[in-house]
Structures are given as C-alpha cells and as structure tokens.
Design a binder for this molecule. Sequence first.
Ligand SMILES: Cc1ncc(COP(=O)(O)O)c(C=O)c1O
Length: 396
Amino acid sequence: MKKKNSTNLIHAGINRTKFMETSEPLFLTSGFIYKTAEEAEQAFKEQKKRFMYSRFGNPTIEILQKKLATIEGAEACWATATGMSAVFTIFMSYLKKGDRIVAGRALFGSCHHILNVILPKFGIEVELIDGKDINCWEKALKKKTNMIFFETPSNPCLEIIDIKEVAKLAKKNGAIVVVDNVFATPILQKPINFGADLVMYSATKHIDGQGRVLGGAILGKKKFCNEVIKPFIRNTGPSISPFNAWVLIKGLETLELRVKKQSENATKIVDYLQKSKFIKKIFFPYLEESPQFNLAKKQMLGGGNIISFELTSKKNNEKEKSFSFLNNLSLINISNNLGDTKSLITHPATTTHHRLNKTEKMELGITKNLIRLSVGLEDAQDIIDDIENSLKKINI
Ligand SMILES: Cc1ncc(COP(=O)(O)O)c(C=O)c1O
C-alpha cells in the first residue's frame, strides 16, 4: 500500500545488514572487494549487479537516493556532492554544442555564472527571460530549444513560475523541463506532478537543515537517469560522500516537521513585517496581496520559510541601513546559507548575488535595501523581537 510522506521520510529506502540495526548503516568505504577475478570481470561487464566503487554506487548513498525518489514521487534519483554539482551535471550530461537552453533569469548567483560564462564556452546558446511572464516563455520557445531551467520560488525575490503552463509549452517544443525546487522543498511542491522532467536540490539546505554537510540531488525518469545522468556521474565524479549521504538520511527524517514549523514561523513574521513602518516591501509566496499568490497556492502547499523584504530608506544610504540592521541583530545569524534550524539572514546584493552587474540586479529586484531571511525553528516571537529591536536601533 502507498505510504504517506511522513512515513516514507522515516522508512523509505532502508536496507538493513545482517545485524538488523535500527538506524541506517553508514558504509564509509571508497571501494568493495571481489571474491574472485571472475566476479570483478562480471561486475565490470554489468553481468552481475553489485557495488563496485563509491563514485557510482554505495549502499548508504542508495538508501538516500531511494528515500528522496519515494518522497518526490520520481522514478529515480542520483545524489551529488553539492547542489551546484547537481545543476552542472544536468546541463553538461544532456546539452551539447549548438544546443539551446532557456532559463528564468531569477536564479541563484552560481547558476548565473554557469549559464552566462561556462555554457557559452561550450557553444551552448543561453537565453535568460522573465520567468513570471508566460508570454516571454512563449516567445523564447518559438525557437527550437533543448532544455528549460528555472527556480520557483526564486532566490532571493521568491518569484513564482507557473510550472504547468511552462511545461506545456516546453513539451510542444521538445525541450526538457528542469526545476530547481530548493526553496519549496519536496514537502511543499512536487514539480513532476506539474509536468517537470527533472527536479534538482541543494540538499545542503532544508534536507540537511542543520548546517552540517553539503549535498545535492537529481530526480527524474529511470530511463533518463540511467542513460544520461549515470554515465556522466560515473565518469566525471561529482559524487556525494557516503558520510554526507548518511547525515542527509537523518536530516530527511525530520524534514516535514521542520519545514511545516518554519513555514508557520515565517507566516507570523510576515504578519509582523506587514505592520512595521520600517519595511517598504515584502516578498513571500503566500502574501495575499501579491499578484502571484493564487499561483503559489496552486502549486505549493505552504509559503515556505524564506522571506525577503526591503527596508524603507532614503536614497544613497540603503546599503548602510541594511548593514546596520544586520549588525544589530543578536539572535538571527548573518549567513548566506538557508533552510537551517537557526534563522539566517543575508544581504543578497553584497553576498549571494554580488557578482551580477547593475542591470542584472535591477531586473531581479536585488536592491541595496533588500534583505533575505531564512526563518528557523526558534520561537517566532523571539525572532520577531530580534527584528524589532534591530530595526529600532538603526541610527542612519
Ligand atoms: C536555489 C539554489 N540552488 C542551488 C544552490 C546551490 O547549492 P549548493 O550550495 O549545495 O551547491 C543554492 C544555494 O547555495 C540555492 O539557493
């Protein structure tokens, strides 16, 4: 019988050894031995299915992959060393010289670097568009395209892209659809149900969620993962460490609890920010007055734990005001990471997105008074008090 998410997060993928341990076993080994040379030959000829080398197969990593695939409702999963290696693996395993990729331009800074700097070096055409506007997708997809890539909600202004409508256009064109689902997590959004072909995660974020390890994941159809993703990972090695995979397995056990509580906290903080005279603008998927609210509700089960907001400020002192606000905080930590049990805050214009030029920042709404808050598991009122105290202390 099909189990619910909460059950799968705990039990899916487990493969106990003969010792019948309760917790998932950690196979911290780079390789595996063969009883005979014949056995090794058979394994390399793929006549016998068994673990050979942890770059492309390890029992602990396999538990993580099976668990993630079950939660996502995907046929297959490949775990990677980081979220960025998942993104890069997807691009480089599928695209070739002369191919074309269209991406929503509201993306994490390193994704911009891959699209703007690395892919063109390999003769891959890249077009970045306003992903919120379905007309832009329609126009861009008039030209033969091989892949579509976008984040929804996006980093840092939480733009929402209509996965179903974009996927419909992509199918007509023959392009595959890749969704970076990091901000939503598999708890709040399942892009495959709306027509996405591949979903990727930075498992470093909510999946670990406790600031310990880096990790990534690629999820999709079995045939695609076996024929395209597997040979690329096997031969180029963006593989995850079994230790990190084990930590992520433990992280997944509490993912739903954490994401739900963090979303609840975030909603309370948004309510507070809406009333504050120090706040000019709020970006949050479940903000009722946002024109994207209905779309967010259609494809997400909650608003998530990331809130971005602009401080009110006079011209020319936005950066100083933002820095003063961040420096006055005592509970919320300044960090470019997100999805952690600890509330983390950053100034995107000078950190995660500092490499974008002025025009790119303007197009994405990354102003000098924009702050991104990743809401943690602390008491919501304590987080609000910290924000309020800090806002009152700004003396610029
Ligand atoms: C939306 C998004 N995608 C991808 C990444 C990259 O993940 P990682 O840091 O695990 O490489 C990040 C964060 O860093 C991110 O916020």
